[in-house]
Design a protein around this ligand. Structure first.
Ligand code: NI
Length: 226
């Protein structure tokens, strides 16, 4: 399940983040990759402990907190602070699966259930640089306007195609979900969307609405782990 979420960041937030990143020292992205991944990774990123990364990360975390689509699609338990990535001409990230376990800044470990890419560059400013996600239903190419985000299962093989013009900037981060099973998360997401649609057609005290809401919450209670 790929979920595209428009306008996660406001225009002002995108402008601010881009302005700060313009004045930031980028390092080789292999610094945070494991052995296998570093052989296919060729990009730049802001060091995780750079104050800029932490400040900008807070802006994104706040934006996620006010986004109901992210909440219902990812059912987040813990979110790893974002990493800021950059692909200049010739840079690429070959097919890989992200590490399953990562450490939070406080040392606590996080299981990566959901991957997110938040785009920060206007699509017309670069060629190539599509995020390609492979799942059981085929291959999906994603390139979104700045401030928009795609959320997909961290179990998916994915890649970034080579940039052939311009520079592609993004923030990526991982979420441990309360529901680790991708298919269960997908069903809850579909059910929640169907309930929201139903509530536009029927009054909230309609028995059908009540029953669907009860099923949603009882499934979430049954499947969630904290
Ligand atoms: Ni990845």
């Amino acid at each position: 399940m790929l979920v595209t979420i428009p306008d996660v960041l406001t225009r002002e937030e995108v402008t601010h983040i881009r302005r700060v990143l313009e004045n930031t020292a980028w390092q080789d992205g292999r610094a945070t990759a494991g052995d296998q991944v570093s052989s296919v990774k060729n990009n730049l990123q802001v060091p995780l402990d750079a104050p800029e990364a932490q400040d900008l990360g807070q802006i994104i975390m706040r934006a996620l907190g006010r986004n109901p689509t992210f909440t219902t699609a990812a059912l987040p338990l813990r979110v790893l602070p974002p990493m800021f990535n950059r692909y200049d001409v010739g840079m690429t990230f070959g097919a890989h699966v992200d590490n399953s376990i990562r450490a939070l800044p406080n040392g606590q470990r996080l299981r990566t259930d959901v991957s997110s890419t938040l785009f920060l560059t206007p699509p017309e400013d670069y060629d190539g640089g599509e995020l390609v996600v492979h799942d059981t239903y085929g291959t999906h190419k994603v390139k979104l306007p700045p401030g928009h985000m795609v959320v997909y299962p961290a179990t998916s093989l994915h890649s970034v195609t080579p940039v052939t013009r311009g520079s592609r900037w993004s923030a990526v981060f991982w979420t441990q979900s309360m529901v680790k099973d991708t298919w269960r998360r997908h069903m809850l997401y579909d059910l929640d969307n169907a309930i929201m649609r139903t509530r536009t057609l029927l009054p909230d005290d309609d028995p059908a609405v009540n029953t669907l809401m009860a099923h949603y919450h009882n499934l979430l209670r049954h499947w969630s782990e904290m």
